[in-house]
Design a protein around this ligand. Sequence first.
Ligand SMILES: Nc1ccn([C@@H]2O[C@H](COP(=O)(O)OP(=O)(O)OP(=O)(O)O)[C@@H](O)[C@H]2O)c(=O)n1
Ligand SMILES: Nc1nc2c(ncn2[C@@H]2O[C@H](COP(=O)(O)OP(=O)(O)O)[C@@H](O)[C@H]2O)c(=O)[nH]1
Ligand SMILES: [Mg+2]
Length: 204
Amino acid sequence: VGEGCQGNSIVYKSKKAERFHVKMGGPGSGKGTQCEKVVAKYGYTHLSSGDLLRAEVASGSERGKTLQAIMQKGELVPLDTVLDMIKDAMIAKAGVSKGFLIDGYPREVKQGEEFEKKIGAPCLLLYIDAKGETMVKRLMKRGETSGRADDNEETIKKRLDLYYKATEPVITFYTSRGIVRKIDSELPVDEVFGHVAKAIDDLK
Ligand SMILES: Nc1ccn([C@@H]2O[C@H](COP(=O)(O)OP(=O)(O)OP(=O)(O)O)[C@@H](O)[C@H]2O)c(=O)n1
Ligand SMILES: Nc1nc2c(ncn2[C@@H]2O[C@H](COP(=O)(O)OP(=O)(O)O)[C@@H](O)[C@H]2O)c(=O)[nH]1
Ligand SMILES: [Mg+2]
């Protein structure tokens, strides 16, 4: 789609001057919560790779069954599957979107490289940072009502391990490009959002 700029949230800028923001951070750090607020204020299109995958599972398709087994174990779905879903969702909105907010992708450095080859380079990565113990506490609480098969103690531990091993290096990768804004997510939701909004406004 485009060319341009930088990702735990990443903002991409395309040839058409659309913007692509990427939001990253560990499971339960508050990405989804902050994305909703960004959508309300800036009107960007929110693409959560996890939500796209869960929609495929909910459809009951054969592919969804395979995905569910991977997600229940807290492992990563193959790169091409997620990238194709994001790309299709972006193409569907390309004409009408003010910009894209990509949540929970890339999960590993290789995914980031493929995203740039097929879609474009981001110009802002919002890194929503919370402590491991905070993320576990939030996810256990969310699990009381989320109905998500992966919000249980055993899978949460695996998701966190994989986050530190595979996903944190993505942040290091984009830090070297100077597009990362680290946001402290231990603060109350509205204060976190104040910092998120400032990072986005600073791009303008
Ligand atoms: N790019 C992605 C996004 C998600 N997943 C799979 O979907 C699960 C849930 O992803 P997501 O909804 O992004 O959850 P988390 O970031 O772990 O937590 P949260 O919903 O709280 O953001 C992951 O554990 C993983 O199995 C994946 O493989 N690749
Ligand atoms: N105390 C507190 N809780 C939060 C904050 N952000 C999110 N949460 C809660 O933490 C849980 C995980 O948040 P979510 O947005 O789903 O995180 P994600 O996994 O990164 O997408 C939810 O139950 C939220 O209500 C925050 O800034 N402060
Ligand atoms: Mg989420």
